[in-house]
Design a protein around this ligand. Structure first.
Ligand SMILES: [Zn+2]
Length: 390
């Protein structure tokens, strides 16, 4: 965004905050300057003059852009996994404005020697930092742990700008003890970790059960509902109850196990740990609407208010992942989506229609205060669309 440029979104019908403690905010207007939110409230109380862009929300809802906590990008907007182009742009049309790599594991010929895997992680981090497909923030460069890595390797990675580990367990490190040591080294140098949970995803990957997950102690219990094969129920509840790490539920997993994990988190009073991902691209494909589908699934089958389910895919993820987005809050990135009840959806309003299991329609996406897409080509059509005012 150009220096000093100002975006005003007026006539908002509903502001979803992304924060569990106050999921719906009072107000009808949001203002962003230089890509950051500077005001949230009622237009009459806000300085909305001298703007460069005005969006008339026409009464639809504003939410923080959705965050996909678990993707497997490789390069640009292409995935070799399913030979698909523009999959990230498709996800933007499903309301996703930020993605976090759980490892660039689908790279053909992925190096497994230590210098090679470090080089690829650093290169991946750079090419997604330098190129955002359709504006989507892709946090990538997530090396897959292999046997023989030493503390110096983690320091080298961190010094070179790597901030994430790929799913522990996808490489040759599968034992809890080794994983624990490497996760500790990563953490020491500010690198976040996640672990594959459950049965093997594809030929060549292996089982990671609750004992390995607990021993490794990664920051995120990656796809606690399996990717796709879930652990037995008692192991899932044990994982929720025995540690404080992120409870990541993915689209490319077992839905029943996802509901179990979510209910367990609520039972122990720790819903702030629930975060959502797609785990795509994967064998199950790319799911452009995957995060919206997770919100609708958990809200309807799990009977959770939709405004709370949105927090799983926004503020919760931002907090656990230490991101500058995911909430409608002064000082945070102006990453927004404007959404409305889908045409002809049952329910008196958008929230009720989601609670009944329907997807909302995305009418506009905004990243860093810049409009990135208008009416979604992928969601069911929104009843009302926002408009850019003159
Ligand atoms: Zn996995």
């Amino acid at each position: 965004m150009e220096q000093g440029s100002k975006l005003v979104i007026r006539n908002i019908g509903l502001i979803l905050s992304g924060k569990l403690e106050e999921p719906i905010l009072d107000g009808d207007c949001v203002v962003a300057v230089d890509g950051k939110t500077v005001a949230v409230g009622y237009e009459k109380d806000i300085d909305s003059e001298n703007s460069d862009t005005v969006v008339d929300a026409k009464g639809v809802a504003l939410s923080p852009g959705l965050i996909d906590s678990h993707v497997h990008p490789v390069i640009g907007d292409y995935t070799p996994r399913q030979q698909q182009l523009n999959w990230i742009d498709s996800c933007l049309h499903g309301g996703v404005t930020c993605m976090i790599s759980a490892g660039e594991v689908h790279a053909p010929g992925r190096p497994k020697d230590i210098v090679g895997l470090k080089a690829m992680a650093i290169a991946s981090q750079r090419w997604y930092e330098n190129f955002r497909p359709s504006g989507v923030k892709v946090l990538a460069g997530a090396p897959v742990l292999e046997e023989g890595m030493e503390e110096q390797d983690f320091k080298d990675l961190a010094d070179a700008g790597v901030t994430l580990l790929g799913e522990v367990g996808l490489g040759s490190v599968k034992a809890g003890e080794t994983a624990q040591q490497m996760v500790k080294w990563a953490r020491k140098y500010g690198i976040q970790s996640t672990i594959h949970t459950g049965g093997p995803s594809i030929p060549g990957s292996g089982l990671i059960d609750k004992d390995v997950v607990l021993e490794a102690d990664a920051d995120i219990i990656g796809h606690i509902n399996g990717g796709h094969t879930a652990l037995p129920d008692d192991q899932i509840t044990c994982l929720c109850e025995s540690c404080q790490r992120g409870i990541e539920i993915v689209h490319n997993g077992n839905e029943r196990a996802g509901l179990l994990a979510m209910r367990t988190a609520f039972e122990i009073g720790q819903s702030e740990r629930i975060i959502l991902g797609t785990d795509s691209p994967a064998g199950s494909g790319v799911q452009p609407l995957g995060i919206l589908r997770m919100i609708a699934m958990l809200s309807s089958l799990g009977d959770v208010p939709p405004e709370i389910a949105f927090c799983f895919a926004t503020g919760n993820t931002a907090r656990m992942r230490e991101l500058d987005c995911g909430t409608i809050e002064v000082g945070k990135s102006a990453d927004y989506i404007l959404i409305d009840k889908a045409q002809h959806a049952p329910g008196k309003d958008m929230l009720e229609s989601i609670h009944q299991g329907n997807l909302p329609g995305v009418g506009m996406t905004i990243i860093d205060g810049i409009i990135r897409s208008a009416r979604s080509r992928n969601t069911p059509p929104a009843t009302t669309l926002p408009e850019v005012a003159d």
